[in-house]
Each structure stands twice: as C-alpha cells, then as structure tokens.
Design a protein around this ligand. Structure first.
Ligand code: PLP
Length: 381
C-alpha cells in the first residue's frame, strides 16, 4: 500500500521509536517525584523542553507539553475565555481545524468574528491588517499551513501586526512543523503542535504559551507544567516527539524538501494534463511541499474514487463522505469559493518524507487508471 495521507497522521520515525523505547527503559519515574528516579525523568524531559524551545526560538518555560494539538487549541480558547475581558472579541480564520473553531464557537457564541480566506485559501495579511486598524480583538487565530489544501498562511506577518496592535496571536502550526523550519514560531504568543504529524508518537504535543505564569489552564489537580497543565507528563512520548522534530529539522537544514516539492509538482502537472476537468486547489499560491489537493472532474465522487484507489493500493484522503450525505461540506473549501456541490469531488494526496519520486509516479498511474475505469462504469455520475 502506498500511503498518501500524511496530513492525517505519519508513520513513526525509527529514531523516534528508539527514543521512545529508550525513555521507557531509562526513565521509569514520575518527573514530579523527589527521588532520583523521578529526578532523572524530570531532567530528561526538561532537556527535551530546551531542545524544542531552541528549535522554535522561545524560552523553555514557554512550552507546555500536552496530548496533542486538539488539547493545545482547547487550552488557548479556555485561556482566552478566562483571561480576557468579557466583552473582548476573538477572531478566528475560516480555514481553521475544528479543534480551534469548535471550542471557539462554544465559548464565544456572540463574540467570535470569522476571518475569511481568499479564493486561494489564504487569510490575507493586508485584510487582517486593515481589520486591525478598525477594531481590536483580544486574540487572533490563523494557522500556519492548512491541513486540507496545504496552503501556507502569512503567519509571520500576522504575528507582527498583532504585536504592533497589542493583540494576542494563536498559530496552529500542526501541519507546518516537521515540514518547514520551526524557527520564528517561538515569537508567536501561542503555538500548537502535534507529534504524530511529523513522525513522533500519537497522543503527545505541545502548546507554546506567551511568557510564564500568566496562563489559565484547562485541567486542575496537579502543578505539572508550572501549574498550566495538571497530569503526569508522558516522558517517553515527549522525548520521542522532540527526537522526531530534530530529525525533520536536520532534513530541512539540508533542503531535503526541495526535490520532494518538484515530485509533487510534476505529479500535478501530469495529472492536470491527462485528466481534463480536474483542478489543483490553492495551485497558484505557496503550499506545503507534500500536499496536492485536487478537484476531480465533475462526474466523480471522491468517496467512490478513494475506495477504488484503496483497492488499487493507494491510501488517500476524502474528508467528508459525499455518498452518505451526512457530513457538512468543508468550511475550508467553501471559504475558497468552491461550490457546495463541488466539495464532494475533492481528494487530498499528502506525501511524507519517505515518499519517493516513483511513489508519486505510481500514484499518477493509479489515479488515471481509476479515472478511466470510472469513465466506463455505469452509475459514476
Ligand atoms: N490542527 C490541524 C491543522 C490538524 O491538521 C490537526 C489534525 O488533523 C489537528 C490540529 C489536531 O491534531 P491532533 O488530532 O493530533 O490533536
């Protein structure tokens, strides 16, 4: 099976697995315990915290280890509800992951203001800037790179204008981290990351918070993470996550993503040439090097297409199910101006660092084969 669903989750890196196993053996203690077994675990975890902080460019105590980006985003929204004035508004982009939009809608039903993306899937810096000239929210949330389209957002510029206007900024960097350099994210007030998106284990992540101490957590019941996240830390998971990030950062240091971007682009060029009526979403703007999101020709339903690709040996992503009719169309696609009826014919192919040029070529042949079978199958309307 060729796996093209890395934006959903990635296989664990061997180095990360080794780090996890080693930590299980070497650090069996609870990092909060006072004895030496606990202290050793605490030191190992804090060394990992320092390494992660150095990669992001922030203070080690700005890092709160969590169970993943969903928890990190919920932490930010809970903090916003507790820490800001009851009249403050919270701006959230229309392309955020549900782990940001759902707690936001729940906690700020009347004070939430959506920030629309443009037709390319970009939350434009000039739009955020001019909105900030007129009004001042307490918090702005715009992700670093979109999970459905791979479209890169101007997070660095948004961070700067937010800073100029004295507004906090939350950047969900879940899809960015491990694919593009982490440096610079440390200057953003709040940053979420999840290990399994870059070759670490599932169920571990982090939130970079703004300074120490002034953070209102979600859980009560312990003073771990400087009182910002109660509960015994997942030491093997944390060490493994940081190892995975180090491996990815080192690959980025050698510009190993550049040929991979070209393999993806060449797949898309060929696909567009040979599958008339298909279209690349976000094709005119900067995207993650691993992601190709395609609007299929009008007659195809992506779920049936994905099932046929699965049978042909390719794991790809559909998002919502067009056949069941139960799921809502993707807000990300709607925000880009994709018509409701067209949202059910979008497929996402997301590669990993281990995906080869010949994997992309095999995928091209697989998609073309499935498309030609669909052409000759009654009912593929
Ligand atoms: N944010 C983005 C952009 C994502 O793509 C995902 C996962 O798909 C998440 C947050 C949630 O990550 P997790 O399920 O690891 O908490």
């Amino acid at each position: 099976m060729l796996y093209f669903d890395h934006n959903a989750t990635c296989p664990m890196l061997p180095e990360a697995r080794d780090a996890w196993l080693e930590a299980v053996e070497r650090y069996p203690g609870n990092p909060s315990s006072l004895h030496r077994v606990g202290d050793r675990a605490d030191r190992a975890m804090n060394l990992a915290r320092e390494k992660l902080a150095a990669m992001l460019g922030c203070h080690p105590l700005d890092i709160v280890f969590t169970s993943g980006a969903t928890e990190s985003a919920n932490l930010v929204m809970r903090h916003a509800a507790a820490a800001y004035s009851e009249f403050a508004s919270i701006w959230v982009s229309s392309i955020e992951h549900p782990c940001v939009t759902q707690p936001w809608r729940f906690l700020f039903p009347k004070r939430g203001v959506p920030l629309r993306s443009d037709e390319h899937g970009v939350v434009r810096l000039d739009a955020v800037e001019s909105a900030l000239e007129k009004r001042r929210p307490a918090l702005v949330a715009v992700m670093a790179a979109n999970n459905e389209t791979g479209v890169i957002q101007p997070w660095s510029g948004i961070g700067e204008v937010c800073r100029e206007h004295g507004v906090d900024y939350f950047c969900d960097a879940t899809q960015w981290l491990g694919r593009l350099p982490a440096k610079g994210l440390g200057s953003v007030d709040f940053v979420a990351g999840s290990a399994h998106k870059f070759g670490g284990p599932r169920g571990v992540g982090f939130l970079k918070v703004k300074g120490q101490g002034a953070f209102q957590g979600l859980f009560r019941g312990g003073m771990q993470e400087e009182g910002r996240r109660a509960g015994t830390e997942n030491v093997p998971g944390i060490l493994s996550m940081v190892k995975a990030m180090e491996v990815r950062e080192s690959a980025l240091g050698q510009r190993a993503e550049e040929p991979r971007r070209e393999w993806r682009d060449s797949f898309l060029r060929e696909l567009m040439a040979r599958l008339p009526g298909s279209q690349v979403l976000g094709g005119q703007v900067e995207r993650l090097w691993n992601t190709a999101t395609v609007l299929l020709p009008a007659k195809d339903c992506r779920q049936r297409f994905a099932v046929r690709l699965d049978k042909a040996g390719f794991a790809v992503s559909t998002g919502s199910a067009c056949a069941s009719g139960k799921e809502e169309p993707s807000p990300v696609l709607l925000s880009m101006g994709v018509a409701v009826e067209d949202t059910s014919r979008v497929l996402r192919f997301s590669a990993g660092w281990e995906t080869t040029e010949s994997d992309w070529k095999a995928l091209l042949n697989g998609v073309l084969r499935v498309a030609s079978e669909s052409d000759s199958t009654p009912g593929m309307e």
